[in-house]
Design a protein around this ligand. Structure first.
Ligand code: CMC
Length: 430
C-alpha cells in the first residue's frame, strides 16, 4: 500500500488520486494503472521518457551520478573481482555464487556449448557477405526449431534448460557467424577452456594449429562481456519483454532482442565511434573536428559521447579505457594512432565548455571499438559480441517478467490522429 499520492486535476475539474510507489532507490513512480478506468483518458509518452514499463530488481542506473549496479553490486567491483559467468549467475539468480555454486554453473554451461549439427548446416543458406547480425537473428530464432523439447514457458524445467542453452550456445553461434563470413571451418567448442577463452578460440583458432590462449586478451574480452551484460529497460531489453509477454518462447524473444540491438542508435554506436576516429585520422585534425561538432549547422556529433541516461562519465567507459591501455600494451600497440587520437579527443572535450555544460562525457562505445579492433574483431562483428554479452541480461529480465505476479501481455495504447469513420465508395467513384 502506497503512503503517498499524486493528484491529477482533469479538464472537467474532477481530481483523481494515484498512489506514488517507491523502489529501493531511484525516482518514485506514479501508479496510473487505474487512470483509464476512472477517467477514460490515457497518458502519452512516446519513447517512454517518463514511463516505467515494469518493476525490476536486476539493474540500477543513476545517470547523474554515473552509477551502474547489477543486483546492487557496482560495475567497477564486478569488473575487478568477477568473471563473466559469475556475473551471469548473479544476474540470473540475484546473488553471487559460492565456489561450489560457480563450479556447478560453469559445468552446466560448458556442457551445452555445442549446437545441433544440423544447425551448422543452416548457415549454408545465408550469403557469405550477409551482415553477421542478419545471420544471428535468423540462427538464434531457429534455435526454437532445434530445441522444441523445452519450449513450454510455464514449465520451470523448460525455462531453466532454455536459459542454459542460450548462455552456452551464443559464443558458438557468434563465432560460427564470423567463420562463415570469412569461409573458414567452424571450430567446435573445447571444454577445457573457460567460457571466454573458448569463444576466442572458436573465433580465431583454426583446426590446423593449436590455439594459444592469451590471458590478457581473454580478460579484456571477458570485461567487454561483463560491461554489456545488462542495462535495465533499454530498447532491446524492452523488446525481449514485450515479445515474451505474449508467451513467445525464449529463443524467439532473444532473436527479437538481437534485431532491436542491431539498430545504429543502440548496438551500433561503437562502430560509428571507430569510423569517426578513422575519418579524423590524425591528432592534428582534432581541433578542427571539435569545431565542426560545436557548429549546430554541421550535423556532426562526437560519436561515443553523450548518453540518454548518463549525464556524467559512463562508469563502463572508465573501465573500458583501462582495458584499452592493457590490451594495447600487451599487443605492443601503445602508440596506436586511433587510441592516441581518442585520448586527445577526450582531453579536449572534457575541458571544453560546449561538452561540459551539456554534461557530455565519453560513453562505453568510445573505447570498446578500439579494444575490439585491437583484439582482431572486425567492425561488422561488434554488435554480435554485444548480443552475446547481453543475452544473460535479456534472459534474466525475461525470467523476472514471467515470474512477476503482475505480469500481463504488453499492450500500449495510442493517441489516434487518423481519419474518423467514413464509408467505402465503389471503386469507380473514388
Ligand atoms: N556530440 C555533440 N553534441 C551532442 C552530442 C554529441 N555526441 N550528444 C548530445 N549533444 C548535444 C545536442 O546537440 C544537444 O545540444 P543543444 O542542447 O545545444 O541542442 C544536447 O547535447 C543534448 O542532446 P540530446 O540529443 O537531446 O541528448 P539525448 O539524451 O537525446 O541523446 C545520445 C543521447 C546518445 C543519442 C547523444 O548523446 C548522441 O547522439 N551521442 C553520440 C552517439 C553515441 O555515442 N551513442 C551511444 C550511446 S551509449 C549506447 C548504450 O548505452 O547502449
Amino acid at each position: 500500500m502506497a503512503d503517498k499520492n499524486a493528484t491529477l486535476k482533469l479538464p472537467d475539474g474532477k481530481s483523481l488520486d494515484f498512489p506514488v510507489l517507491s523502489g529501493t532507490t531511484g525516482p518514485d513512480v506514479v501508479d496510473i494503472r487505474t487512470l483509464y478506468g476512472k477517467s477514460g483518458m490515457f497518458t502519452y509518452d512516446p519513447g517512454y521518457l517518463s514511463t516505467a514499463s515494469c518493476s525490476s530488481s536486476i539493474t540500477y542506473i543513476d545517470g547523474d551520478a554515473g552509477v551502474l549496479l547489477y543486483r546492487g553490486y557496482p560495475i567497477e567491483q564486478l569488473a575487478q573481482h568477477c568473471d563473466f559467468l559469475e556475473v551471469c549467475y548473479l544476474l540470473k539468480y540475484g546473488e553471487l555464487p559460492s565456489r561450489s555454486q560457480k563450479d556447478e554453473f560453469v559445468n552446466i554451461v560448458t556442457h551445452h556449448t555445442m549446437v545441433h549439427e544440423q544447425l551448422a548446416r543452416l548457415y549454408q543458406g545465408f550469403r557469405r557477405d550477409a551482415h553477421p547480425m542478419a545471420v544471428m537473428v535468423g540462427v538464434v530464432g531457429a534455435l526454437s526449431a532445434f530445441y522444441h523439447d523445452a519450449l513450454d514457458i510455464t514449465n520451470e524445467q523448460h525455462r531453466i534448460i532454455s536459459a542454459f542453452r542460450l548462455i552456452a550456445k551464443m559464443p558458438t553461434i557468434v563465432a560460427m557467424s564470423y567463420k562463415y563470413s570469412i569461409g573458414q571451418p567452424f571450430m567446435y567448442p573445447k571444454n577445457n577452456l573457460s567460457y571466454t577463452a573458448n569463444f576466442m578460440r572458436m573465433m580465431f583458432g583454426v583446426p590446423t594449429e593449436e590455439y594459444k590462449v592469451n590471458e590478457v586478451l581473454v580478460r579484456a574480452m571477458d570485461r567487454i562481456f561483463i560491461l554489456h551484460a545488462d542495462h535495465e529497460q533499454n530498447a532491446s531489453t524492452s523488446t525481449v519483454r514485450l515479445c515474451g509477454s505474449s508467451g513467445a518462447n525464449p529463443y524467439a524473444c532473444i532473436a527479437a532482442g538481437i534485431a532491436s540491438l542491431w539498430g545504429p542508435a543502440h548496438g551500433g554506436a561503437n562502430e560509428a565511434a571507430l569510423q569517426m576516429l578513422e575519418e579524423i585520422g590524425d591528432v592534428s585534425k582534432v581541433p578542427e573536428f571539435i569545431r565542426k561538432v560545436k557548429d549546430k549547422h554541421s550535423g556532426v556529433r562526437l560519436m561515443g559521447f553523450g548518453h540518454r541516461v548518463y549525464k556524467n562519465y559512463d562508469p563502463r567507459a572508465k573501465l573500458m579505457r583501462e582495458t584499452c591501455h592493457e590490451v594495447l600494451e600487451e599487443l605492443g600497440l601503445h602508440n596506436d594512432r586511433l587510441f592516441k587520437l581518442a585520448l586527445e579527443m577526450e582531453k579536449i572535450a572534457l575541458e571544453d565548455d560546449y561538452f561540459v555544460s551539456r554534461k557530455l562525457y565519453p560513453n562505453v562505445d568510445f573505447y570498446s571499438g578500439i579494444v575490439q579492433r585491437a583484439l582482431g574483431i572486425p567492425v561488422a562483428m561488434f554488435t554480435c559480441i554485444f548480443s552475446l554479452a547481453r543475452t544473460i541480461g535479456w534472459i534474466a529480465q525475461w525470467q523476472e517478467m514471467i515470474s512477476d505476479p503482475e505480469y500481463k501481455i504488453g499492450r500500449p495504447r495510442q493517441l489516434y490522429k487518423g481519419a474518423t469513420r467514413r464509408d467505402v465508395k465503389p471503386i469507380d467513384k473514388r
